[in-house]
Design a protein around this ligand. Structure first.
Ligand code: GTR
Length: 335
């Protein structure tokens, strides 16, 4: 991986020295006849995002008459999400489905997605994502040399722990909760009274099992697909964040296509969102059944106020820092 990355960097450096620029290899007019790209996915094959990636790949191949082949690599085969984002930056992986929380390390304005309790409901969240605010946010990804194609659902993130259930923020005292790299969730956890440990997704199961951490936070389908519920059997539906999934493509890959094929990629990606959202709804219901059957303690909160209060100053601080984001989020309430 390392030497491939270096080779890639050398090529880019050489192209820059020669004043060529990667777009010279393709782009409108000089488009390649056919391309085969890799799409990185951290989840297993039967997860809603992976199934949507596959739908995107099949549909794209069909509609481009075989000019565009996308091979999906599930199960983090191309690396953990943070590593894949680095590879995207260098253009050594062409496509990636990742969670918006991870992107904040590469495009700081994307940290805004981690602002706790920014969205009131699923409807509010999708109004934002599909409105002007969500579209503008995708464009910010050009800062890291990628194009944001579309969003996928990821529901709401909630806490889960080993030991005793969390019923109020005080129950987090002295407990170590895993958070995603690059996000502001570490600060959310600390404000709630716990300690936060940043860790790759793939390390969480064994860390829960061995007691390195006392809990983590995620949506229901991820809690189930990773089997974290087997080792951390208490789920608290505090729903501190709604953070979308995003499908992105390296700009250097997009530049290889004709304008017409670029449009096709964007169109098929947008359509794949509808496919994913449908699969997502089904998966959330299935996950709930799995958890109930497994005897997981699910703490429903009539009122999330104590959790909201604990993070309110953090929320205000970030709302000030990411004013444009919060304005667009506010506007999406009225739609
Ligand atoms: C999931 C998300 C993954 C990954 C994971 C995590 O909800 O779909 O892409 O970011 O959370 O917590 O690492």
């Amino acid at each position: 991986m390392r030497s491939a990355a270096l080779r890639r960097m050398t090529t880019v450096a050489l192209a820059a020295t020669l004043g060529l620029g990667l777009a010279a290899c393709g782009g409108a007019g000089g488009a390649q006849e056919s391309v085969t790209w890799r799409l990185a996915e951290t989840h297993p094959g039967d997860y809603p995002t992976t199934k949507a990636d596959e739908w995107f790949a099949e549909e794209l191949k069909k509609r481009s008459d075989g000019r565009i082949t996308v091979d999906v690599y599930p199960d983090a085969q191309l690396g953990e999400e943070r590593d894949v984002l680095e590879q995207m930056q260098m253009g050594s992986v062409e496509l990636n489905r990742t969670n918006a929380n991870l992107v904040g390390e590469f495009v700081p304005s994307w940290k805004a997605f981690g602002i706790p309790y920014a969205f009131d409901s699923e409807e509010h969240f999708w109004n934002y994502l599909q409105g002007d605010g969500g579209k503008a946010k995708l464009e910010e990804l050009s800062e890291m040399g990628v194009e944001g194609l579309t969003y996928y659902d990821s529901g709401a993130r909630s806490l889960y722990t080993t030991g005793k259930p969390v019923e109020e923020p005080e129950d987090l005292a002295g407990r170590n909760i895993r958070v995603q790299p690059g996000s502001i969730t570490a600060e959310v956890v600390e404000k709630l009274g716990g300690s936060a440990t940043t860790m790759d997704f793939g390390e969480v199961y064994s860390s829960l099992e061995t007691g390195v951490i006392d809990g983590a936070e995620n949506n229901l389908p991820s809690y189930v697909s990773t089997r974290h519920y087997e080792v951390a059997q208490n789920l608290t539906l505090n729903e501190h964040q709604r953070v979308p999934e995003v499908l992105m493509i390296a700009q250097s890959a997009m530049d290889q296509l004709s304008e017409e094929d670029q449009k096709l990629v964007r169109e098929v990606a947008r359509e794949s969102t509808e496919v994913q959202r449908e699969l997502w709804r089904e998966e959330v219901a299935e996950s709930r059944k799995t958890l109930e059957k497994a005897g997981v303690t699910i703490t429903e909160l009539d009122d999330k106020q104590a959790f909201k209060d604990a993070v309110s100053d953090l929320r205000d601080r970030y709302a000030g820092q990411y004013g444009d984001f919060m304005d667009a989020v506010e506007a999406a309430k009225k739609q």
